[in-house]
Design a binder for this molecule. Structure first.
Ligand SMILES: Nc1ncnc2c1ncn2[C@@H]1O[C@H](COP(=O)(O)OP(=O)(O)O)[C@@H](O)[C@H]1O
Ligand SMILES: O=C(CO)[C@@H](O)[C@H](O)COP(=O)(O)O
Length: 546
């Protein structure tokens, strides 16, 4: 590595549900600075709860895109306040919460292309930059009608799975675009371009609308995951003239351009600093984890997700198969559960006064198996299974005596309530993963990331329910690391002289930095027996709710 390369840095962003986070890595891929902006507390004027606004109709959730723009102004200033030297940034990439869509106005694109470095981003890319100011995000589940219409138009849900890797899901971008086309036809017609949250992030740095990468693009019910191109059948089933609004999908290994002059003048980025295609937060987390195929990756962010690498695309009738974010001829499996951290937070509030330490003490004061008390908390309509409601059962495998008033009656103590929640969530995740064919054996290891992965008592329950050791990464969250690692790797590939075979992504990253893993919990010896039985009972409970 020459002296110039030694001074190079890589910048990664994660625009997830509740926060915008940034991380700066040096040429050895070590963290030198990081910053974050929490939407609820740092930008209270947008009145989000958990990073989202509930919409006027059932199952609707949205965000005002200008909140994300404002967050970018703040996070960059916070990096500068830490004396992060942005003049050394050789490449940027990012990850975004999946499925959310932004609808650029003509004026917005012009503003993006002509940013004045003396002004904040949010004073230039304001409400008028978007034709839809209540932009739908992944939590929105209001498009059942559009899902049915799209699947019917292409020949049924199995054809949708075969083509796009998922049957139509309400939060996926295609059905969301169709709803906007149907309900706000003028806005759709006025939308010059449509971005995902990830490609929107890239667009801010590029000073132009950036292409959608095909890994995050696999979360739209629009992309043919084998051809890695938009499926004409799906586009036609969604909305007219959609291809021109989406632009050409690109590889996540693509450089989409250099940073715009705005960032050069305002933050001293080098003029040749490259913008690498941004991708979805779950693909990015997988990229940040650097693990082998016997590992199951668990992200405990706002949603709980399970991720796994896949050589070939399996036809999953539930769950999602996405194009892999780094091994671009491979795939990844993704299971997403809506009722994750926000439900844990709510129970923490009611049972432990919002104090995680107390929550953990209560959780640990109860035995594995919780005296046979179990609960399922689907506060919002769950994704798999599609079910809503709360159910508590006692040890007799019968509905709790007072269960007639579902979701109202509680167990006799906060500690039983808390263990029932966490065990119930993890049994649910394990049952769905098994249904999708994930094999849990002696070799299985788990790597956890996301906000709740700091909680060792929750991780211990995961180790016990999944009967596998649980690890965490010590540096930072995987999605954020994945964004910065990809920035470094794609630049490395781009700079190789012609004819040189590049290292694989994983070999390249590991040649610069070891994967800093920490084993946090091992399963107890009696776990397999206890939870095998509870898994069967959980299935009965889920069936009762569905
Ligand atoms: N000590 C903790 N124990 C359990 N959950 C926690 C703890 N600290 C934070 N969290 C959870 O982490 C969630 C945020 O995770 P994060 O990965 O930052 O979200 P996202 O990436 O979706 O914006 C919060 O909803 C919060 O409930
Ligand atoms: O909908 C999905 C994945 O399909 C969600 O996982 C979003 O990508 C949001 O991620 P987090 O903010 O919860 O990390």
């Amino acid at each position: 590595m020459g002296p110039q390369q030694l001074k190079r840095a890589f910048l990664g962003f994660d625009l997830s549900t509740q926060k915008l986070k940034a991380i700066l890595l040096n040429s050895c891929l070590e963290v030198v600075a990081s910053a974050e902006v929490k939407f609820d507390s740092d930008l209270p004027e947008f009145r989000t709860v958990g990073g989202a606004n509930p919409g006027p109709n059932k199952n609707e959730f949205f965000v005002q895109p200008v909140m994300w723009v404002k967050a970018m102004d703040i996070v960059l200033d916070r990096l500068v306040m830490q004396e992060a030297d942005l003049s050394t940034v050789a490449a940027i990439s990012g990850s975004g919460q999946q499925h959310g869509s932004l609808y650029w106005s003509k004026h917005g694109i012009a503003a993006l292309e002509n940013l004045d470095p003396d002004k904040f981003l949010h004073s230039q890319i304001d409400d008028s930059a978007f034709v839809v100011n209540r932009t739908p995000i992944w939590m929105d589940a209001s498009t059942t009608k559009q899902c049915v219409e799209m699947e019917t138009a292409i020949g049924g849900h199995l054809d949708m799975v075969e083509l796009t890797g998922s049957k139509c899901y309400e939060r996926f971008t295609g059905p969301q675009i169709r709803k906007i086309y149907q309900q706000r036809t003028h806005a759709y017609e006025d939308a010059q371009r449509i971005s995902l949250v990830s490609s929107f992030l890239a667009s801010l740095f590029l000073g132009a609308v950036a292409p959608i990468d095909f890994s995050d693009g696999s979360g739209m019910n629009l992309l043919d995951i084998r051809q890695k191109n938009w499926s004409k059948a799906c586009l036609n089933a969604c909305a007219p003239d959609l291809e021109e609004r989406l632009g050409q999908a690109v590889s996540p290994n693509a450089i989409v351009g250099s940073v715009s002059e705005y960032f050069v003048k305002r933050f001293s980025f080098p003029a040749d600093c490259k913008v690498v295609a941004c991708t979805g937060d779950n693909p990015s987390a997988l990229a940040g984890m650097l693990v082998d195929s016997n590992w199951l990756s668990i992200s405990l962010g706002t949603s709980d997700t399970l991720m796994m690498s896949m050589k070939e695309p399996l036809n999953w009738e539930e769950g999602h198969v996405l194009c892999h974010p780094t091994e671009t001829d491979e795939y990844m499996g993704l299971l997403c559960f809506r009722n994750g951290s926000l439900v844990r937070e709510e129970v923490n509030k009611t049972e432990a006064g919002g104090d995680w330490q107390k929550f953990n003490e209560l959780l640990e004061s109860t035995p594995r198996g919780n005296f046979g008390n179990m609960a399922v908390h689907f506060n919002e309509m769950e994704i798999i299974p599609k079910a809503k409601g709360t159910l508590r059962w006692n040890k007799d495998s019968m509905p709790h005596p007072a269960d007639a008033a579902k979701g109202v009656i509680k167990f006799s103590s906060p500690e039983i309530e808390i263990r029932a929640l966490i065990e119930g969530q993890m049994l649910h995740h394990r049952a769905v993963a098994e249904d999708m064919g994930f094999h849990f054996g002696n070799e299985t290891q788990i790597l956890a990331t996301g906000g709740a992965s700091v909680n060792k008592s929750i991780l211990q329950t995961i180790a016990d329910v999944f009967n596998a050791p649980v690890h965490i990464q010590t540096e930072s969250e995987a999605a954020l690391m994945g964004a910065a690692f990809r920035a470094a790797y794609v630049l490395y590939r781009n700079e190789l002289s012609e004819g040189t075979t590049p290292l694989s992504y994983k070999d390249y990253v590991l040649s610069l930095t070891p994967n800093k893993l920490q084993l946090v919990c091992e399963p107890h010896k009696d776990s397999a027996d206890i939870y095998a039985h509870m898994l069967l009972r959980y299935r009965d409970m889920a069936r009762t709710l569905a």
